[in-house]
Design a protein around this ligand. Structure first.
Ligand code: CA
Length: 234
């Protein structure tokens, strides 16, 4: 069961540039995103992958949004659905909400509002994420609930893959991780990953830490092998 921090969201939208923006906004929040451009594809993805939430444009080729939603509802009564409607089309919005949408967002949407509405529905349907214990190693404290790395009283916000890399290292501070092992921690299997993703992320984490503590190197390079946690001055 996913919690609201790690949710999987299916975007059903045929206009690619809008789907791109939606995917970007949701991924930035750390959610996993899948995409479908028509109702038929989306239905089979819902069946196979059971997304935590569907962000559904009502104007779709093939099966339009409302019949799509009815078919989903018939099989998965508890499926969380947020609909996208065009501004001014109040009929759509009302019929969508009547058909069981959990919420709606009007196009053109405000980015922050969209994310806030998705988040609110996820919280309602998945519950608040369990409060995890902070991981403390040396001067560094990793806060899983806030996706932050803390040094003394200063907080560094981490992207999801930065957090996952740091989490792996700090949970096993004596273990050397290969790049492949770290990639597996950082990304779900279906994401596109660049060859130097680990090195770039390590570089960025070091930079973020050094902006606060110039003498501190959080990650040690083990030549020929990979990386290990380090809470030492360098
Ligand atoms: Ca559309």
């Amino acid at each position: 069961m996913n919690n609201a921090l790690m949710a999987e969201i299916l975007i059903v939208e045929d206009e690619r540039h809008i789907a791109d923006v939606l995917a970007f906004l949701l991924q930035e929040k750390g959610w996993q995103v899948r995409r479908a451009e028509d109702g038929t594809t989306a239905l089979s993805m819902v069946r196979q992958q059971k997304p935590d939430l569907i962000l559904l444009d009502l104007h779709l080729p093939g099966i339009p949004g409302l019949p799509f939603m009815k078919q989903v509802r018939a099989r998965h009564p508890a499926q969380a659905i947020v609909i996208l409607t065009a501004q001014g089309e109040e009929d759509d919005r009302v019929r969508g909400m009547e058909a069981g949408a959990d919420d709606y967002v009007c196009k053109p949407f405000n980015n922050r509002e969209l994310v806030a509405r998705v988040q609110a529905v996820l919280r309602r349907t998945l519950g608040a994420p369990p409060r995890e214990q902070d991981i403390v190693q040396g001067p560094l404290r990793l806060d899983p609930a806030g996706f932050r790395l803390c040094i003394a009283k200063t907080h560094i916000d981490l992207a999801k893959h930065e957090f996952s890399l740091m989490e792996a290292l700090m949970r096993h501070p004596t273990q050397v991780f290969t790049r492949d092992q770290l990639i597996a921690k950082m990304y779900a299997g279906d994401e596109e990953v660049f060859d130097n993703a680990v090195d770039t992320t390590v570089w960025r984490l070091r930079k973020k830490v050094r902006e606060i503590r110039p003498d501190l190197n959080p990650i040690k390079t083990i030549y020929g092998l990979g990386y290990r946690f380090s809470g030492e001055s360098s």
